[in-house]
Write a new protein. Sequence first.
Length: 202
Amino acid sequence: MTSIKHILYWLSPLVLMMMFCALPAKAAGLEPGVYTGTMVTTYYNPDTGNVDDGGTANAALGEGMCRSATDEACLVEVDQQGNIWITVRLLLQSNCKDVALYTRTGYDSYSKVSYDIMSEDAGNDSIDYRIKVSDAGVKLKGTMYVTPMGRDVLWYLYVDTSTLKEGSGDFVVSIDTSAPQEPTTLEPEAPASTPSTPATSN
């Protein structure tokens, strides 16, 4: 009996953690709406700590490269059903092609996701890429071919959810941010009154 209690003692926090992770965005503290925040970049694999790019072993150079290619600002959209989208703004795009984005699915495991191009700004040399994610803070991986370097580059990025604040900045918003309308109840029409026949006297 004591061993069972001991097992339950250790399992309870784990079960609660799993339940929390399974909560939709609204229940987890991110209400439906539009938010801007800070996009964090790193040259290192967040799981292994290794450099996966294969280009330079110079950490400072690699960090500067991925930071210069990714705008610090990003957009997070959450609709009324709890679906989440992130818009990543990549820079230096006139010198890049074959952009691919991936979301983390497990330890050192990423799955390629499709994206929509929301905006292109020639003056800022940037393109906004919108992807659907399971969580606003999910780790992402980016790859693209950089023409002056003559090779693909690889880096990691994620939204710092502690920086999220309401608003869209200069990003294109795709979701309907208006609150759902309450159904209107029609009042039954009152029956038409029958005009009374005036009494006649003899």
